[in-house]
Design a protein around this ligand. Sequence first.
Ligand SMILES: C[S@@+](CC[C@H](N)C(=O)[O-])C[C@H]1O[C@@H](n2cnc3c(N)ncnc32)[C@H](O)[C@@H]1O
Length: 341
Amino acid sequence: MNPSNLIGEYDLSIGLDNFRQDVLHGLTKLPKTLPPKYFYDARGSRLFDFICETPEYYLTRKEISILEKYGSQILEQIPHPIRIIELGSGSSIKTRLLLDAASAVTAYIPIDISKEHLLRSTHALAQRFPHIPMVPVCADYTRQPALPLFDRGRRDRSLVFFPGSTLGNLDEDEALALLQSIRHMLRGDGYFLVGIDLLKDPKIMEAAYNDAERVTAAFNLNLLHRINVELDADFKLNEFQHKAVFNAREKRMEMHLRSVRHQVVWIKDVPIPFGKDETIHTESSYKYDLHEFAAFCRKAGFQSVRSWTDAEHYFAVVLLQTTPAKPNHRYIKPRLSLGGE
Ligand SMILES: C[S@@+](CC[C@H](N)C(=O)[O-])C[C@H]1O[C@@H](n2cnc3c(N)ncnc32)[C@H](O)[C@@H]1O
């Protein structure tokens, strides 16, 4: 039975047609690509949780350590009461730390593309925080950036929480468009708390995406398994290999799947030829410099309030506040609005 503070759910799942269209688009161009958001079916979400537990994947542990140490200090910067909207909430592990540190939360709205995982995590969180109303939203935040706002007549502020360095999976234009739509949603009066992975020794970053137990390899290959199952394709998983390297010019980790030989893969009735060693670029994870990141956020209408890092400066949690809109502010209109302005 659902806890009484778990108030319905919004289901704006992407749908199979969009999945097929994105896969065919990515695999019929050169170089071949697939959008990383499709990693997260139920199995992919579980594999991501296992990645977070590998010794090499420092990102989760570092971000948790920052939130544990500075959670109260972070929340003190924001006038309460607040409603928290989380993007890519996953297992909502880090949310618990925020909810523990906040003094008055009027609503928690997690948004994630992976429905089963989202509902399970929100259910568990609703039991743990029975006084906070929660509304899970299954959606692609790059497609539906105008998010539901609850009790809009009230004076509570919104805090958009985006942990996990998931912003780093978007390239510069996509990240700017998302930040601008978040700013629009906040209506010029809100906060944005984002976790970002910082530039560091490439060996440390490459190890994080090449764990010895090969969990990240399984996560990467699961995308092909998902395409086989959902789109009637015939990828042979043992004929593709996980590859993760740091691209210094682009300041990003890249994950690829490398075809070990010449082959043709069928996606239902569409042939996709692969050369030997040709790769599908499945994920970019941009790594940031804190000053450059603050300057980037200013372009989207946010000013940095404060940032916190771990002792080794591997990871940062950055608090931003909306700046008043300029008349000529470039704004990219969201495609779908759920009760926005
Ligand atoms: C890197 S994981 C981070 C999970 C969690 N926030 C954390 O910090 O551990 C990315 C999360 O974002 C979700 N996600 C990825 N792309 C998305 C999109 N376009 N729209 C909605 N959710 C997305 C995934 O399902 C996954 O839960």
